[in-house]
Design a protein around this ligand. Sequence first.
Ligand SMILES: Cc1ncc(COP(=O)(O)O)c(C=O)c1O
Length: 454
Amino acid sequence: MSVATAAAPATCTLPVLGRDVTVPLVTGGEVTYAALDYAASAPALQRVWDDVAAYAPYYGSVHRGAGYLSQLSTDLFENARRTVAEFLGCRAGDQVVFTRSTTDSLNLLAAALPADCEVFVFETEHHASLLPWRDGRVSYLNAPRTPRQAVATLERALADRAPHGPALVCVTGASNVTGELWPVRELAAAAHAHGARIVLDAAQLAPHHPVDIAELDVDWVAFSGHKLYAPFGSGVLAGRSDWLRAAEPYLAGGGASKTVARRPDGGVDVEWHTTAARHEAGSPNVIGAYAIASACEALTGVGFDALVEREQRLIAQVREGLAAVPEVRVLSLFGDDAPRVGVLSFVVQGWNSSHFAAALSAEYGIGVRDGLFCAHPLVRTLLGGDPQEQGECGAPEAAPGTRALNAIRVSFGAGTPDEHVERFVRAVRELVRGGARWSYRTEDGRCVPDTTVA
Ligand SMILES: Cc1ncc(COP(=O)(O)O)c(C=O)c1O
């Protein structure tokens, strides 16, 4: 593994770190690493890295220091909040809470729900959206096969609920499995028409599309810095403040508390903040928040029109490349014409997906993901039927017709050079036509090159 210092390829929209990293091939030699797993974690933008590096010497405590650097860091943190609010088109009165991730944001919201709040969530969601609602008042909605069916399914479910009580709908903006866009505006309208609120899981949408909370008319938006080219440990929950203000602090501790005093009976009285700080107890991650703000500015600076246009070209290239290989089946909920972001999952007839992904890595230097992508119900639905053995790792000649147990996901974005996508399409074609050139074995449940073979 080595890091060269070549100039950024002119073919990507925004320069990212790692673009010159080379990795060894099991068949010999090295290639530049093709990071095609943006949906899991995107590389840091060069701009984000530069901003963080420029700030690092001035790093100081936030909200808790009289020194110059503490003041500067506090300003930076609060400015980051304003930048994110602007990026998301927040309304007057909305709060931007810095969290650790989308998962953390949705768990925070789940903890802040009014006691008798019902929750509606499609079974197709990422586990981060599917699982935080634990109190038995959650309804899981069946997988729709069209965006229109999604709206109809939600409307039916909401119409059936007892009126008057609070309700929340949780929906993804773009699927982390298929990349398909969900009809967020229509779902928000349906939710509001039935007196429910809606939170948008924008983990996969925000890096690819503008997300405007007011225009979409959603009540909250959650996303993660590490998928938005800012991998410094922060995420965001933004939106209406009333439920957040009324809830117990997500974490109890310093920063969330305004005043604390001993009571004569020996206990303590606490007055909690009613601002975003209420749910940000402990020392804030100023670098994480600043990195997100920097990424928001970089994305806005280059403009989503340009980002979307180029990404759509890459998507078309991948889809055409995969369509030319009859053994490949691309997974889709809403069909070929559905608008989508640069996230595609597929299976290859006769191949164990883990084996295929391992060969892409070991023989082509391409990083993708295989598995069920933390969306088990959706992937199982898309794979179809009862799961059967897919073929062992190292034995790609599984019987034709054998169903896949899991899938392969390729994903890309603003930092992806054309060459990575071209290499991926060529690699799929070559692997399917000619097979793997190396032997693989299972180790700790993963398919890996068998390096004991000469
Ligand atoms: C749609 C979606 N929601 C939520 C998450 C959870 O994000 P995080 O792991 O950053 O909390 C992911 C992560 O892959 C995702 O794809």
